[in-house]
Design a protein around this ligand. Structure first.
Ligand code: SAM
Length: 318
Protein backbone atom coordinates (compact mmCIF):
# COMPACT_ATOMS: atom_id res chain seq x y z
CA UNK A 1 0.00 0.00 0.00
CA UNK A 2 1.20 3.51 -0.81
CA UNK A 3 2.51 5.49 2.15
CA UNK A 4 0.78 8.81 2.75
CA UNK A 5 3.69 11.25 3.01
CA UNK A 6 2.53 14.36 1.16
CA UNK A 7 0.44 17.28 2.43
CA UNK A 8 -0.82 20.17 0.32
CA UNK A 9 -1.65 23.28 2.29
CA UNK A 10 -3.87 26.04 0.96
CA UNK A 11 -2.54 29.10 2.79
CA UNK A 12 -5.23 31.42 1.45
CA UNK A 13 -8.40 31.17 -0.60
CA UNK A 14 -7.67 34.61 -2.12
CA UNK A 15 -6.08 34.98 -5.52
CA UNK A 16 -4.75 37.86 -7.64
CA UNK A 17 -5.95 36.20 -10.88
CA UNK A 18 -9.43 35.13 -11.97
CA UNK A 19 -8.72 32.04 -14.07
CA UNK A 20 -11.87 30.99 -15.88
CA UNK A 21 -11.46 27.31 -14.96
CA UNK A 22 -10.80 27.89 -11.28
CA UNK A 23 -12.33 31.04 -9.91
CA UNK A 24 -16.11 30.78 -9.88
CA UNK A 25 -18.04 33.91 -10.72
CA UNK A 26 -20.46 32.92 -7.98
CA UNK A 27 -21.17 30.17 -5.49
CA UNK A 28 -17.85 30.30 -3.69
CA UNK A 29 -17.62 33.02 -1.07
CA UNK A 30 -14.37 34.06 0.49
CA UNK A 31 -13.60 32.59 3.89
CA UNK A 32 -13.70 35.07 6.81
CA UNK A 33 -10.18 36.11 7.75
CA UNK A 34 -10.43 34.87 11.33
CA UNK A 35 -11.27 31.40 9.99
CA UNK A 36 -8.01 31.22 8.02
CA UNK A 37 -5.24 29.31 9.81
CA UNK A 38 -2.53 31.51 11.31
CA UNK A 39 1.16 30.72 10.65
CA UNK A 40 1.44 29.41 14.22
CA UNK A 41 -1.48 27.06 13.62
CA UNK A 42 -0.08 25.84 10.29
CA UNK A 43 3.30 25.27 11.94
CA UNK A 44 1.68 23.35 14.79
CA UNK A 45 -0.31 21.17 12.39
CA UNK A 46 2.70 20.43 10.18
CA UNK A 47 4.79 19.44 13.21
CA UNK A 48 2.09 16.92 14.12
CA UNK A 49 1.77 15.68 10.54
CA UNK A 50 5.55 15.18 10.44
CA UNK A 51 5.17 12.83 13.42
CA UNK A 52 2.69 10.81 11.35
CA UNK A 53 5.02 10.30 8.39
CA UNK A 54 4.36 13.38 6.25
CA UNK A 55 7.65 14.24 4.54
CA UNK A 56 6.61 16.56 1.70
CA UNK A 57 4.73 19.82 1.94
CA UNK A 58 3.40 21.92 -0.94
CA UNK A 59 2.04 25.40 -0.28
CA UNK A 60 -0.76 26.41 -2.58
CA UNK A 61 -4.03 28.33 -2.57
CA UNK A 62 -5.62 30.59 -3.80
CA UNK A 63 -2.34 32.31 -4.54
CA UNK A 64 0.19 31.56 -1.80
CA UNK A 65 2.43 34.51 -2.67
CA UNK A 66 -0.28 37.02 -1.76
CA UNK A 67 -0.35 35.75 1.82
CA UNK A 68 1.51 38.39 3.84
CA UNK A 69 4.94 37.29 5.10
CA UNK A 70 4.76 33.98 3.25
CA UNK A 71 8.58 33.82 3.33
CA UNK A 72 8.38 33.68 7.11
CA UNK A 73 6.03 30.68 6.91
CA UNK A 74 8.39 28.95 4.47
CA UNK A 75 11.27 29.49 6.90
CA UNK A 76 9.23 28.09 9.81
CA UNK A 77 8.09 25.00 7.93
CA UNK A 78 11.49 24.30 6.39
CA UNK A 79 12.90 24.01 9.90
CA UNK A 80 10.53 21.26 11.04
CA UNK A 81 12.27 17.95 11.70
CA UNK A 82 11.08 15.26 9.30
CA UNK A 83 9.99 17.59 6.49
CA UNK A 84 12.34 16.74 3.61
CA UNK A 85 10.74 18.72 0.82
CA UNK A 86 8.97 22.05 0.83
CA UNK A 87 7.56 23.28 -2.49
CA UNK A 88 5.02 25.84 -3.70
CA UNK A 89 2.51 26.22 -6.52
CA UNK A 90 2.04 29.76 -7.79
CA UNK A 91 0.62 31.71 -10.69
CA UNK A 92 4.01 33.43 -10.84
CA UNK A 93 2.73 37.01 -10.76
CA UNK A 94 4.75 37.85 -7.64
CA UNK A 95 7.52 35.32 -8.20
CA UNK A 96 10.18 37.61 -9.61
CA UNK A 97 10.39 39.66 -6.44
CA UNK A 98 9.93 36.74 -4.03
CA UNK A 99 12.05 33.96 -5.62
CA UNK A 100 15.41 34.73 -4.01
CA UNK A 101 13.92 35.16 -0.52
CA UNK A 102 11.85 31.99 -0.86
CA UNK A 103 14.93 30.04 -1.88
CA UNK A 104 16.95 31.45 1.02
CA UNK A 105 14.13 30.55 3.42
CA UNK A 106 14.32 26.89 2.44
CA UNK A 107 11.86 26.44 -0.43
CA UNK A 108 13.05 23.68 -2.79
CA UNK A 109 11.17 24.39 -6.00
CA UNK A 110 8.09 25.90 -7.59
CA UNK A 111 5.32 24.92 -9.97
CA UNK A 112 4.07 27.85 -12.02
CA UNK A 113 0.68 27.96 -13.76
CA UNK A 114 0.95 29.26 -17.32
CA UNK A 115 -2.06 28.33 -19.43
CA UNK A 116 -1.03 30.29 -22.47
CA UNK A 117 2.20 31.63 -23.93
CA UNK A 118 0.35 34.28 -25.88
CA UNK A 119 -0.47 37.62 -24.26
CA UNK A 120 -4.10 38.01 -25.38
CA UNK A 121 -5.18 34.46 -24.62
CA UNK A 122 -3.36 34.57 -21.25
CA UNK A 123 -5.38 37.66 -20.44
CA UNK A 124 -8.59 36.00 -21.58
CA UNK A 125 -7.97 33.01 -19.30
CA UNK A 126 -6.65 34.78 -16.20
CA UNK A 127 -8.38 38.15 -16.49
CA UNK A 128 -5.08 40.04 -16.35
CA UNK A 129 -2.43 41.21 -18.82
CA UNK A 130 0.41 39.75 -16.78
CA UNK A 131 2.08 37.11 -18.95
CA UNK A 132 5.29 39.11 -19.23
CA UNK A 133 5.52 39.49 -15.45
CA UNK A 134 4.93 35.75 -14.97
CA UNK A 135 7.60 34.95 -17.56
CA UNK A 136 10.09 37.11 -15.66
CA UNK A 137 9.11 35.21 -12.51
CA UNK A 138 9.85 31.86 -14.17
CA UNK A 139 13.29 33.05 -15.33
CA UNK A 140 14.07 34.43 -11.89
CA UNK A 141 13.06 31.13 -10.26
CA UNK A 142 15.37 29.29 -12.66
CA UNK A 143 18.15 31.73 -11.89
CA UNK A 144 17.96 31.31 -8.11
CA UNK A 145 17.64 27.52 -8.37
CA UNK A 146 14.00 26.91 -7.40
CA UNK A 147 14.17 23.96 -9.71
CA UNK A 148 13.31 21.68 -11.37
CA UNK A 149 10.47 24.03 -12.29
CA UNK A 150 7.17 22.67 -13.48
CA UNK A 151 4.87 24.71 -15.67
CA UNK A 152 1.21 23.73 -15.21
CA UNK A 153 -1.17 24.28 -18.12
CA UNK A 154 -4.87 23.49 -18.08
CA UNK A 155 -6.05 23.01 -21.65
CA UNK A 156 -9.70 23.74 -22.48
CA UNK A 157 -11.53 23.13 -25.73
CA UNK A 158 -12.44 26.38 -27.43
CA UNK A 159 -10.08 28.35 -25.21
CA UNK A 160 -6.38 27.49 -25.50
CA UNK A 161 -5.98 24.37 -27.64
CA UNK A 162 -3.90 26.42 -30.08
CA UNK A 163 -1.38 26.97 -27.29
CA UNK A 164 -0.48 23.28 -26.92
CA UNK A 165 2.50 23.29 -29.35
CA UNK A 166 3.99 26.55 -28.11
CA UNK A 167 3.68 25.48 -24.46
CA UNK A 168 5.20 22.08 -25.27
CA UNK A 169 8.01 23.83 -27.15
CA UNK A 170 9.12 25.55 -23.94
CA UNK A 171 10.39 22.16 -22.76
CA UNK A 172 12.70 21.96 -25.78
CA UNK A 173 14.64 25.13 -24.95
CA UNK A 174 14.25 25.47 -21.19
CA UNK A 175 15.08 22.96 -18.42
CA UNK A 176 11.46 22.95 -17.27
CA UNK A 177 8.73 20.33 -17.20
CA UNK A 178 5.59 21.50 -19.00
CA UNK A 179 2.63 19.59 -17.57
CA UNK A 180 -0.71 19.42 -19.26
CA UNK A 181 -3.49 19.12 -16.69
CA UNK A 182 -6.88 17.88 -17.77
CA UNK A 183 -9.59 20.39 -17.07
CA UNK A 184 -11.75 19.17 -14.21
CA UNK A 185 -15.21 20.76 -14.07
CA UNK A 186 -15.59 21.58 -10.39
CA UNK A 187 -18.56 23.90 -10.33
CA UNK A 188 -21.29 25.15 -12.62
CA UNK A 189 -19.85 28.64 -12.14
CA UNK A 190 -16.58 27.92 -13.95
CA UNK A 191 -16.33 26.41 -17.45
CA UNK A 192 -18.76 23.89 -18.91
CA UNK A 193 -17.81 20.23 -18.80
CA UNK A 194 -17.78 20.25 -22.61
CA UNK A 195 -14.53 22.27 -22.42
CA UNK A 196 -12.79 19.14 -21.17
CA UNK A 197 -10.23 17.68 -23.55
CA UNK A 198 -8.47 14.38 -22.78
CA UNK A 199 -4.69 14.38 -22.60
CA UNK A 200 -4.62 11.69 -25.30
CA UNK A 201 -5.68 14.47 -27.70
CA UNK A 202 -3.16 16.90 -26.27
CA UNK A 203 -0.43 14.30 -26.73
CA UNK A 204 -1.53 13.66 -30.33
CA UNK A 205 -1.28 17.39 -31.07
CA UNK A 206 2.25 17.51 -29.63
CA UNK A 207 3.36 14.42 -31.54
CA UNK A 208 1.87 15.70 -34.81
CA UNK A 209 4.09 18.73 -34.43
CA UNK A 210 7.27 17.41 -32.81
CA UNK A 211 7.28 13.66 -33.50
CA UNK A 212 6.85 10.73 -31.08
CA UNK A 213 7.40 11.43 -27.39
CA UNK A 214 9.71 9.12 -25.48
CA UNK A 215 8.61 7.97 -22.06
CA UNK A 216 10.76 8.75 -19.03
CA UNK A 217 10.44 7.64 -15.41
CA UNK A 218 10.82 10.48 -12.94
CA UNK A 219 10.43 11.36 -9.29
CA UNK A 220 9.85 7.88 -7.91
CA UNK A 221 6.80 7.40 -10.09
CA UNK A 222 4.36 7.96 -7.23
CA UNK A 223 2.67 11.14 -8.40
CA UNK A 224 -0.21 11.37 -10.84
CA UNK A 225 1.89 12.69 -13.75
CA UNK A 226 3.38 10.64 -16.57
CA UNK A 227 6.55 12.11 -18.09
CA UNK A 228 7.92 12.23 -21.62
CA UNK A 229 10.54 14.00 -23.71
CA UNK A 230 10.56 15.59 -27.13
CA UNK A 231 13.77 14.37 -28.83
CA UNK A 232 16.73 15.52 -26.75
CA UNK A 233 14.96 18.51 -25.26
CA UNK A 234 16.28 20.40 -22.23
CA UNK A 235 13.13 19.64 -20.24
CA UNK A 236 10.17 17.32 -20.07
CA UNK A 237 6.51 17.05 -20.93
CA UNK A 238 4.11 15.78 -18.27
CA UNK A 239 0.49 14.71 -18.43
CA UNK A 240 -1.81 14.82 -15.42
CA UNK A 241 -4.93 13.07 -16.54
CA UNK A 242 -7.18 13.42 -13.54
CA UNK A 243 -10.32 12.94 -15.61
CA UNK A 244 -9.38 10.20 -18.05
CA UNK A 245 -7.29 8.09 -15.66
CA UNK A 246 -7.88 6.87 -12.13
CA UNK A 247 -4.75 6.97 -9.97
CA UNK A 248 -6.41 6.86 -6.56
CA UNK A 249 -4.56 3.70 -5.53
CA UNK A 250 -1.20 5.42 -5.81
CA UNK A 251 -2.37 8.74 -4.34
CA UNK A 252 -0.12 9.68 -1.42
CA UNK A 253 -1.50 13.15 -0.66
CA UNK A 254 -3.72 14.83 1.86
CA UNK A 255 -5.02 18.39 1.64
CA UNK A 256 -5.34 21.02 4.34
CA UNK A 257 -7.77 23.79 3.41
CA UNK A 258 -7.04 27.39 4.32
CA UNK A 259 -9.68 27.18 7.07
CA UNK A 260 -8.10 24.15 8.63
CA UNK A 261 -9.98 21.15 7.30
CA UNK A 262 -8.18 18.01 6.19
CA UNK A 263 -9.45 16.43 3.00
CA UNK A 264 -8.39 12.87 2.31
CA UNK A 265 -9.15 13.25 -1.41
CA UNK A 266 -9.51 16.30 -3.68
CA UNK A 267 -12.97 15.14 -4.63
CA UNK A 268 -13.94 14.12 -1.14
CA UNK A 269 -17.18 15.50 0.23
CA UNK A 270 -15.84 14.48 3.63
CA UNK A 271 -13.40 16.66 5.56
CA UNK A 272 -12.06 16.70 9.11
CA UNK A 273 -12.08 20.00 10.98
CA UNK A 274 -8.64 20.20 12.52
CA UNK A 275 -8.88 23.92 13.26
CA UNK A 276 -12.04 23.44 15.30
CA UNK A 277 -10.34 20.70 17.32
CA UNK A 278 -7.19 22.78 17.82
CA UNK A 279 -9.04 25.98 18.77
CA UNK A 280 -11.20 24.08 21.25
CA UNK A 281 -8.03 23.28 23.16
CA UNK A 282 -7.41 19.68 22.11
CA UNK A 283 -4.11 18.19 23.21
CA UNK A 284 -1.40 17.21 20.72
CA UNK A 285 -2.24 13.59 21.45
CA UNK A 286 -5.90 14.10 20.53
CA UNK A 287 -4.90 15.80 17.29
CA UNK A 288 -2.37 13.10 16.50
CA UNK A 289 -5.06 10.47 17.04
CA UNK A 290 -7.26 12.18 14.46
CA UNK A 291 -4.40 12.58 11.94
CA UNK A 292 -3.49 8.92 12.27
CA UNK A 293 -7.11 7.95 11.72
CA UNK A 294 -7.35 10.11 8.59
CA UNK A 295 -4.15 8.56 7.20
CA UNK A 296 -5.40 5.05 7.92
CA UNK A 297 -8.77 5.78 6.35
CA UNK A 298 -7.40 7.70 3.35
CA UNK A 299 -7.42 4.79 0.97
CA UNK A 300 -11.18 4.50 1.53
CA UNK A 301 -11.74 7.88 -0.12
CA UNK A 302 -11.34 7.93 -3.87
CA UNK A 303 -12.75 10.00 -6.66
CA UNK A 304 -14.96 7.06 -7.48
CA UNK A 305 -16.83 7.19 -4.19
CA UNK A 306 -16.41 10.74 -2.98
CA UNK A 307 -17.51 13.20 -5.61
CA UNK A 308 -20.85 14.18 -4.17
CA UNK A 309 -20.75 17.96 -4.35
CA UNK A 310 -19.35 20.89 -6.29
CA UNK A 311 -16.18 22.32 -4.87
CA UNK A 312 -14.03 25.39 -5.14
CA UNK A 313 -10.42 24.69 -6.15
CA UNK A 314 -8.96 27.83 -4.58
CA UNK A 315 -10.47 26.88 -1.20
CA UNK A 316 -9.31 23.28 -1.21
CA UNK A 317 -5.94 24.10 -2.74
CA UNK A 318 -5.27 22.76 -6.24
N1 SAM B 1 -2.56 30.20 -7.56
C1 SAM B 1 -1.72 29.09 -7.74
C2 SAM B 1 -1.63 28.73 -9.22
O1 SAM B 1 -2.21 29.43 -10.04
O2 SAM B 1 -0.93 27.78 -9.53
C3 SAM B 1 -2.07 27.88 -6.90
C4 SAM B 1 -3.50 27.49 -6.80
S1 SAM B 1 -4.18 26.76 -8.25
C5 SAM B 1 -5.78 26.35 -7.64
C6 SAM B 1 -3.32 25.24 -8.31
C7 SAM B 1 -3.45 24.43 -9.56
O3 SAM B 1 -4.78 24.01 -9.70
C8 SAM B 1 -3.08 25.16 -10.82
O4 SAM B 1 -2.02 24.48 -11.47
C9 SAM B 1 -4.33 25.12 -11.64
O5 SAM B 1 -4.04 24.97 -12.98
C10 SAM B 1 -5.07 23.93 -11.08
N2 SAM B 1 -6.51 23.99 -11.28
C11 SAM B 1 -7.37 24.89 -10.79
N3 SAM B 1 -8.63 24.65 -11.21
C12 SAM B 1 -8.56 23.55 -11.99
C13 SAM B 1 -9.52 22.79 -12.71
N4 SAM B 1 -10.80 23.11 -12.70
N5 SAM B 1 -9.10 21.72 -13.40
C14 SAM B 1 -7.79 21.38 -13.40
N6 SAM B 1 -6.84 22.05 -12.73
C15 SAM B 1 -7.21 23.12 -12.03
Amino acid sequence: MVSVDYLRISVTDRCNLRCIYCHPSGGCDFIDREEILSFEEIHHIVRLFAKCGIRKIRLTGGEPLIRRNIVQLVRQLAGIAGIDELTLTTNGVLLESAAAQLKAAGLKRVNVSVDSAERESYKQITGFDLLEKVTRGVYKALQVGLSPIKINSVIMKGVNVSQIPVLAQMSIYLPVTVRFIEYCPTSRHTRPASNYIPNSEVRRTIEDRFGPLSSVVRGGGNGPALYFKIGNSAGYIGFISGMSRVFCRSCNRLRLTSDGKVKPCLYSARSYDLKELMRSGASDQQMLNLLKRIITEKTGFTKLNSFTEEFCMRKVGG
